[in-house]
Every structure is written in C-alpha cells, then in structure tokens.
Design a protein around this ligand. Sequence first.
Ligand SMILES: Nc1ncnc2c1ncn2[C@@H]1O[C@H](COP(=O)(O)OP(=O)(O)OP(=O)(O)O)[C@@H](O)[C@H]1O
Length: 199
Amino acid sequence: MGRNGVGKTTLLNTVMGVLPARSGTVVFDGRDITRMPTHRRVGLGMGYVPQGHETFPHLTVLENLRVTWEAGTTRDKSVIDEALDVFPRLTPLLKRRAGFLSGGQQQQLAIARALVTRPRLLILDEPTEGIQPSIVAEIEDAIERLHRERGLAVLLVEQYLDFATRLADRFTVLDAGVVVHEGAGAELHDERVRGLLAV
Ligand SMILES: Nc1ncnc2c1ncn2[C@@H]1O[C@H](COP(=O)(O)OP(=O)(O)OP(=O)(O)O)[C@@H](O)[C@H]1O
C-alpha cells in the first residue's frame, strides 16, 4: 500500500527481476534470487500481472494463454483449462481478440495468463484499477479461492482499501521508497494507516 509514486510498482518490478536491485536482497522460499533473471524466477513459481492489464491485443484470448504456455516449462495442456476455470466469463470469448475485451475482461485474462505457469506466488499490481465493480468482485472471489484451494500466495499492490482489507493477511505501507508501517490485514482501517494512505 502507499500513495501514488511511493515506489510500489518499482518494488514489484525488483521482486520479479524486471529491474535490478540497487541494494538489499530478494529471497524466495529461503533462496537468494537477487541476481536471477526474470524467466528463471517464473520457473521457480513466481507469476506477475503488471499494472494496466496488459494483454496481446491482436491475439485471441486462447492465443494469449497459449503463448504463455509455450514459453513455460509445463507440457501439461490442462493448465489452460485450469486458468479458464478461475474466470469462466472468458470461456465464451476464446476466439475474440484481446483488444476487443472490456478492461475488466482483459484484467481477468491477464491474471489467467499468469496462472498458466502454475505459480506458487502471484504478484498483482492494482488489479482493480479502472474496472467495473461486478468484475472487481469476481477478481476478489478468484484470488480468495486460489489462496484457499490451491494454497497460492499473493503479493498485491492495491489502492482500493476495502478490497485489500478483505483479502490481506498482512500489509506493508511504503512512503518515498521505504517501509513506514506494517501489520495484520484487519488493522488496515486503523487511523494511523488511513493517515499514511490519505492523499
Ligand atoms: N526505493 C526507491 N528509492 C528511490 N526512488 C524510488 C524508489 N522506488 C521508486 N522510486 C522512484 O519513484 C517513482 C515512482 O515509482 P513507482 O512508479 O514505482 O511508484 P508507485 O507507488 O507504483 O506509483 P503509482 O501508485 O502511481 O503506480 C519512480 O520514478 C521510481 O524510479
């Protein structure tokens, strides 16, 4: 959590290896991965959905999922069906080009695409940004279920406080690139946290 421009996206990019760490270490499953390239982090079980629900607009929904499958290491094609099970709304749209989907459908596709690599950690950068409330609720349900049923860990950057409060076990607040507060999800509504997040 944190106000605009405090470094949340930069932190996620560093965790994922898209940006090099200037200092500190990135540890995953007890292993120091600070200098590991991004594709190997994906191989270890990290999945990233960057801000702005980026999909390949000229490819169909199915092709978007297949591209990730082909780039990955799993030869098991059922991962595509598993990803679609999470967002059933995508199944009737498989042949549609991603660029013609609504923002919310594209966000669901972006998350489904990350799931095709069967991550153990899913990293999401503001998945609710600019998305209609009914789809926000579906995304919330999906994240909650993935955590409960598949044991998926989720690292979420989120400005929408209610959404974050319902999902988070723990939270961290950043300000000017440093951690200024952390606590249990239930404490997200405390005065102090609200003060740190208020614009
Ligand atoms: N730890 C840091 N130390 C110094 N500068 C940083 C740090 N992290 C990020 N920055 C710089 O701060 C600016 C904003 O970073 P970033 O886009 O990551 O913020 P954000 O919190 O994700 O913003 P938004 O909420 O608008 O998406 C960038 O120019 C980035 O280079």
